[in-house]
Design a protein around this ligand. Structure first.
Ligand code: G
Ligand code: MN
Length: 274
């Protein structure tokens, strides 16, 4: 076994294998309304089994990995190796099937992470078709736009966003405040909400500078009429702080760890009846 970090092409090979062999798993993490502390939605998170478990071998015949690969690294590799589209289409199909199956029990909106590169007119068509096939309301779908490294055609992106919003899909800017194009996103894209990057929340309880930045980011988003989500809430102190600063919704280990979709469904059922 080598200890080197594998090349993106190797990761993409694993990912393609896992995708075609049905080995990818979807998890969900709750989002909670700040005022009522009730679950209002959930974020869908991809879990890729570590390659040792895929029993694949590299060219020299030995298992490749000894370092865990983070989800972000899989997504990066998929983006650069032409796999992000099939991956996202697979994910959307799974989500639509899950929403259809759970509809008689609970109706909880699910958010999906999508890099801007895949938000094209074809994507809109694909989503529309899948939702129609499974008879799922677009109001149960939210898209979290993650940031791209590459410069973007923001006008084209905003056209896609407008089409998605016209369908009833909600759009969230993910990791707000941390990307190089954050302010441009805010100015040029018409979205519903921002999710403030967890680094600000986590530093804000003991760093006055981070506190000021967090306060300003929340005020800025509210000023332009957006809903504010704060992520990475791990304790009551952080929750009380973002509540005081006006966050509408929170996500984090204080309320829920990411869990398999089926487990999340059971929790929602209990939650609804309590
Ligand atoms: O930025 P994004 O919305 O994609 O965030 C989702 C990621 O954040 C998931 O990988 C999840 O495991 C992680 N996460 C969720 N809640 C917490 C938390 O309270 N603390 C930390 N450190 N990470 C979290
Ligand atoms: Mn996200």
């Amino acid at each position: 076994m080598t200890s080197s970090i594998p090349h993106e092409a190797e990761l993409a090979t694993y990912l393609a294998y896992a995708l075609t062999h049905n080995q990818l798993k979807l998890y969900a993490q709750h989002l909670v309304d700040v005022a009522s502390e009730k679950v209002v939605s959930a974020e869908v998170l991809l879990r890729v089994p570590q390659p040792q478990k895929l029993s694949l071998e590299n060219k020299t015949g030995s298992p490749i990995l000894s370092v865990p690969i983070l989800t972000e690294q899989w997504i990066e590799a998929a983006s650069h190796q032409g796999l992000i589209e099939p991956l996202t289409e697979w994910l959307i199909k799974q989500v639509a099937q899950f929403l259809k199956k759970s509809a008689p029990l609970v109706n909880i909106p699910l958010s999906i992470n999508a890099p801007p590169s895949i938000l094209t007119p074809n994507f809109v068509k694909f989503l529309e078709d899948i939702l129609a096939t499974y008879d799922v309301s677009p109001s149960l779908i939210m898209i979290e736009i993650t940031e791209n490294q590459k410069p973007l055609d923001l006008k084209a992106l905003n056209n896609v966003i407008n089409d998605l919003r016209a369908m009833g899909v909600k759009i969230i800017i993910d990791d707000f405040g941390s990307g190089y194009a954050t302010m441009t996103y805010l100015v040029d894209l018409s979205v519903d909400a921002v999710k403030i990057d967890r680094s600000f929340v986590q530093k804000a309880t003991d760093q006055s500078c981070a506190y000021s930045v967090l306060k300003s980011l929340i005020e800025l988003a509210k000023e332009v009429g957006l809903q504010v989500i704060c992520e990475g809430i791990e304790n009551r102190q952080q929750f009380d702080l973002v509540k005081k600063l006006g966050s509408d919704v929170v996500q984090g280990y204080l309320f829920s760890r990411p869990m398999p979709l089926e487990m999340a469904l059971n929790e929602w059922k209990q939650h609804q009846s309590s």
